[in-house]
Design a protein around this ligand. Structure first.
Ligand code: HEM
Length: 505
């Protein structure tokens, strides 16, 4: 059979052109879609997620441990989903540095989460988005803390007053078992009262009790309302909004207290005698209002109220919990405790410690670093958010992505830390016994949102721990079993409740 003759009729040509045209459009579309899917395809990797809930059902009770495990399989920059929200979790210092330092301009904001709005409504230092208004709050606060001598010798007596109060309380138990939590918490709270209000309170003062209870409630109920950050609509479901309601009430009570104290300060304000943080802020506010050249000030009464509240929220529980962990870890590691005591006896004798002694107490300093590494109270710091499309370690991270830093994971990476699960202060000493803190250890994080109170926190840890160990040996009560050292992750990594004997030395 003769082969059919190729015909090139006009119709065929048209059909052929259409086919080629369609094919071309298809190819272009595929190229475009491939580009688009590569965009989402280069979002940081993570394990397969559940429909609707994302990775939430896989996190368990210790998400910090789970993220560390996943990062060993998928790399230090994890992409996960909390319900519908895409979240990036950073597990290694290189990624943390690139995000929070090198690309600080893009990674320094905070996500717009339901509970964060309840707390601060975009105001203050800790939870506000990264913008000119936040920068002004951070600047005035940084400067005030410096001028008030935080981290320096002049602030020491205020801390020591509370340390001595703890010592008296512990002496009162006369070596019998007690839970140190309350005695630590009231002291730490009073130190922030010194800083912001210029005074301390008796523990049974109704005002102080109100503040203490408000902060306790925020911690307890705020931790149990986290699901509302992911599914805010659940706040309308009766029963599921109980945590948020309690948190709101506690926030209101805490705010009332702060407002009252600010009112008292206004009434007694003297520009020649700046007593504390509130005075320092009022001073700067007045200066900026009077400054004829500037038409705008980002400082205001509402911002001051939120800043004060933020200092309490961010500074009290984190420090008190670290001190609780410190007493627990020293109690269950008697050999570490004895070495610290030996160093204190050799260097200080009966003399009280001072921040100036830091350099002569390398083992003690190493022990404090190890406490911060082993059980970092601020396990995930505070959440960050990106303000523009960007990249991190080669992955795409879209604008508005929530970014968490696994501070716990940074201290537990087996590639960087030998036997990370062992409590061993000597890892922070060099071969000559001098303190040596690696660059990748950052319990207060880095960059523009790094902890504003790190100097105060370090000072408190030093003065509390050294004074307690100079006066007492901490012992597990006879017949008692020490608690698990896992901790309970709420807003922070809470130390389990435990009792100890403070035996006078
Ligand atoms: C052992 C005690 C403490 C630890 C472990 C700790 C740790 C941290 C961490 C990891 C962050 C998050 C940084 C980030 O978002 O990148 C942070 C933020 C913050 N901390 Fe601390 N902190 C402690 C004590 C304090 C104290 C004593 C104060 C104040 C009196 C304080 C005030 C703040 C504030 C206001 C922020 C938010 C800073 C901002 O958003 O610009 N912290 N802290």
């Amino acid at each position: 059979m003769a082969s059919p003759k190729l015909q090139t009729s006009p119709t065929r040509l048209f059909v052929g052109d259409t086919t080629y045209g369609l094919a071309l459009v298809l190819v272009l579309l595929l190229v475009f879609m491939n580009k688009k899917s590569r965009r989402t395809g280069t979002f940081p990797p993570g394990p397969p997620a559940w429909p609707l809930l994302g990775h939430l059902p896989l996190l368990g009770r210790r998400p910090h441990v789970k993220f560390s495990e996943w990062s060993r399989e998928y790399g230090p920059v994890l992409g996960v989903k909390f319900g519908p929200q895409q979240v990036v979790v950073l597990n290694g210092y290189a990624a943390v540095r690139e995000a929070l330092v090198t690309k600080a301009e893009v990674f320094s904001s905070r996500p717009d989460l339901y509970l964060m709005r309840l707390f601060s409504n975009g105001k203050g230092i800790g939870l506000a988005p990264y913008c000119a208004k936040w920068k002004a709050q951070r600047k005035v606060t940084d400067r005030a803390l410096r001028n008030l001598g935080v981290g320096k010798l002049s602030f020491e007596p205020k801390i020591m007053e509370e340390v001595e109060d703890f010592v008296s309380a512990a002496e009162g138990y006369d070596g019998a078992a007690f839970n140190p939590k309350y005695h630590i918490a009231v002291g730490v709270l009073n130190i922030i009262c010194h800083l912001v209000f210029g005074r301390r309170f008796q523990h049974d003062d109704p005002l102080f009790v109100k503040l203490y209870n408000a902060l306790e409630d925020i911690s307890r109920h705020g931790g149990s309302a986290q699901h509302l950050n992911i599914f805010p609509a659940l706040r309308h479901v009766p029963g599921l909004n109980a945590g948020a309601m309690h948190t709101m009430r506690a926030v209101r009570e805490g705010r009332d207290f702060v407002r009252e104290m600010i009112g008292q300060h206004r009434a007694t304000y003297d520009p020649e005698n700046i007593r504390d943080y509130i005075d320092a802020y009022l001073h700067q506010l007045q200066k900026e209002r009077e400054d004829g050249e500037k038409s705008v000030t980002y400082l205001s009464d509402e911002e001051l109220e939120q800043n004060v509240f933020d200092l309490f929220i961010a500074g009290s529980e984190s420090t008190a919990t670290t001190l609780q962990w410190a007493t627990l870890l020293l109690m269950v590691n008697p050999e570490v405790q004895e070495k610290v005591q030996q160093e204190l006896d050799d260097v200080l004798g009966d003399r009280q410690t001072s921040v100036l002694d830091r350099a002569s107490l390398p083992y003690t300093q190493a022990t404090i670093q190890e406490i911060l590494r082993f059980r970092p109270s601020a396990t995930f710091g505070l959440p960050h958010a990106t303000t523009a499309d960007t990249t991190l370690q080669g992955y795409d991270v879209p604008a508005g992505t929530q970014v968490l830093v696994n501070v716990w994971g940074m201290g537990m990476d087996p590639a960087l830390w030998r036997r990370p699960g062992t409590f061993d202060p000597t890892r922070f000493l060099d071969t000559e016994g001098k303190l040596s803190v690696p660059e990748y250890f950052k319990p207060f994080l880095v960059g523009r949102r790094a902890c504003i109170g790190s100097q105060l926190a370090k000072m408190q840890l030093l003065l509390y721990i050294t004074t307690i160990l100079q006066r007492f040996s901490l012992r597990v009560p006879e017949g008692a079993t020490p608690p698990s050292l896992d901790g309970n992750l709420g807003v922070i990594l809470q130390c389990p409740s435990f009792r100890m004997c403070a035996v006078p030395r």
